[in-house]
Ligand binder design. Structure first.
Ligand code: FAD
Ligand code: NAP
Ligand code: MG
Length: 445
């Protein structure tokens, strides 16, 4: 029997475990599976940790999520086609749940598929290499401090790419008298109540962390963008200015001449695709983009067709896209699907990357990723899901954000699997200070 290694038990790792389980239910033969996770539990980033820096074993903490994090897209856009929100919660719930609720949903499906038995927790993969025939994986059991070296026929890298922060330095940082942190280490907006906060960046972390600080009582929030401003209609107390030039003591001086005294600076400057454990010839090297290079259908390593990467794209679509990827990778591993010639693979990758190069705005980016996900869905037996409705939801969501960045999470969307229309939440997001599942669920919608 062939042997498969899956590295990571976050949403992507759980998608491929689920895909094997679904095949097994249909009476298909599945390979011998080993899944490694360096955390002590599953769920990846959704498994919140208060820790920053290192864990108790000296290993870097992967968590980048924070208290009070709510879904930043409608849950209807990420719903699993084979495990609906209605099935999990037994009732309709609002479209933008807090982290704990989505975590519960992810784990609900994982528990139902009985895949925990495959996962070795507290076990970090330290090396992946290929000798022309098979893979060698070195791993370390962190609890027992024991090392293993094992052989595998296929490797699936599902380690995520929002865990290792990209941290730039600006003039004056060394003598800045306040706190400087990256969004990776941001845990609780309450820390910044009454403070003047500077947020650098113009993507989702900058947007959400700036709004969190506003929501939980920062005195002022100044966002410094580098290339393009987000351009939302910020409420009073928030503003968006051009790029930090330098710090002079506690004074931040921006490129457009704007100055602001600051107590804290949050660097929302993104993450690195960082795979120090993978040998160079197998290593994905990319920035955060919709079509990383050298990956056929976004998942098959072009130079070695036994190696797969899941979820390495920049993400509008998430959980059901990860599923579509996982289902396809599974079919390749069990030889239910086959690959075209090397020339065709190369041509296909080039075409997608050329299309990606022409994208001009978020709506076109959404369309691109919807087309990509539809392409994958058309090749596998993933259950029916209305991707056209999801595309429309994402477009509406973009417009809602442009209309009012403080209100977009109060909207309702319909399920692309069941048609269920989400009830409105009892409290506006801006006034909902408690993000616990108990509070969120303990109400009649
Ligand atoms: P992860 O969730 O990062 O899981 C990777 C797993 O691999 C981890 O458990 C880690 O311990 C393990 N691992 C890593 N390296 C090793 C190793 N060497 N050996 C063993 N195990 C290893 N998406 C949404 O859809 N909605 C949201 O609201 C949303 N909010 C987000 C908020 C933040 C702050 C961030 C950073 C991301 C957010 N995302 C959101 C996107 C997120 O990328 C996906 O939802 C999802 O977590 C990606 O799953 P993954 O399995 O690829 O990676
Ligand atoms: P990202 O989307 O990769 O964005 C990185 C940002 O860093 C870009 O705006 C980039 O600006 C900026 N940047 C890079 N280098 C810089 C520098 N030297 N100086 C100033 N700016 C610099 O990363 P992200 O925003 O951290 O988002 C990561 C993921 O987390 C996304 O999937 C997002 O959806 C998710 N997330 C979700 C929530 C939620 O509310 N649920 C909250 C936070 C994050 P340029 O454009 O100028 O290059
Ligand atoms: Mg990255």
């Amino acid at each position: 029997m062939s042997k498969v290694a899956i590295i990571g038990s976050g949403p992507c790792g759980l998608s491929i475990l689920r895909s094997f389980h679904q095949a097994e239910l249909k009476g298909e033969k599945i390979p011998e599976i080993t899944c490694f996770d360096k955390q002590s539990d599953w769920g990846g980033l959704w498994n919140y940790s208060w820790r920053t820096g290192s864990d108790q074993y000296g290993d870097t903490v992967p968590n980048s999520m924070y208290r009070y994090l709510w879904s930043n897209g409608p849950k209807e856009c990420l719903e699993f086609a084979d495990y609906t929100f209605d099935e999990h919660f037994g009732k309709a719930i609002p479209s933008f749940p807090p982290r704990e609720v989505l975590y519960d949903y992810i784990l609900g499906r994982a528990k139902k598929s009985d895949v925990k038995k495959y996962i070795r927790f507290d076990t970090i993969v330290t090396s992946v290499s290929h000798n022309g025939k098979e893979f060698s994986i070195k791993s370390k059991d962190k609890k027992n401090n024991s090392l293993l070296n094992e052989k595998f026929d296929n490797v699936v890298v599902a380690t995520g790419h929002f865990s290792i922060p990209f941290i730039p330095e600006y003039e004056g940082m060394k003598s800045f008298p306040g706190r400087i942190l990256h969004s990776h280490d941001f845990r609780d907006a309450e820390e910044f109540r009454g403070k003047n906060v500077i947020v650098l960046g113009s993507s989702y972390s900058a947007e959400d962390i700036a709004l969190q600080c506003y929501k939980y009582g920062a005195s002022s929030v100044t966002i410094g963008y580098r290339n393009n401003p987000m351009g939302f209609k910020w409420p009073s107390g928030m503003k968006e200015v051009h790029y930090l030039d330098r710090l002079e003591g506690k004074k931040a001086v921006f490129k457009d001449g704007h100055t602001q005294d600051a107590d804290a600076i949050v660097l929302c400057t993104g993450y690195l695709h960082h795979f120090p454990f993978i040998e160079d010839k197998l290593k994905l090297e990319t920035n955060n983009r919709l079509y990383p290079p050298k990956l056929y259908k976004g998942v098959v390593w072009q130079d070695n067709h036994s190696l797969f990467y899941l979820g390495m794209q920049d993400q509008f679509h998430t959980f059901n896209m990860f599923d579509a990827q996982a289902w396809y990778v599974r079919d390749l591993i069990v030889n239910k699907a086959s690959l075209p010639t090397d020339a065709e693979i190369s041509e296909d990758i080039s075409q997608w990357m050329a299309k990606e190069g022409k994208l001009e705005d978020p709506l076109q980016m959404i369309d691109f990723q919807t087309e990509y996900t539809k392409d994958l869905c058309s090749m596998v037996d993933y259950p029916e899901i209305d991707m056209e409705l999801i595309r429309k939801h994402f477009h509406d969501w973009e417009h809602h954000k442009e209309d009012d960045i403080l209100q977009y999470r109060n909207k309702s969307f319909s399920s692309a699997v069941t048609g269920t229309v989400a009830p409105l939440h009892h409290t506006n997001w801006l006034d909902a200070m408690d993000d616990s599942m108990e509070t969120f669920m303990n109400t009649k919608f």
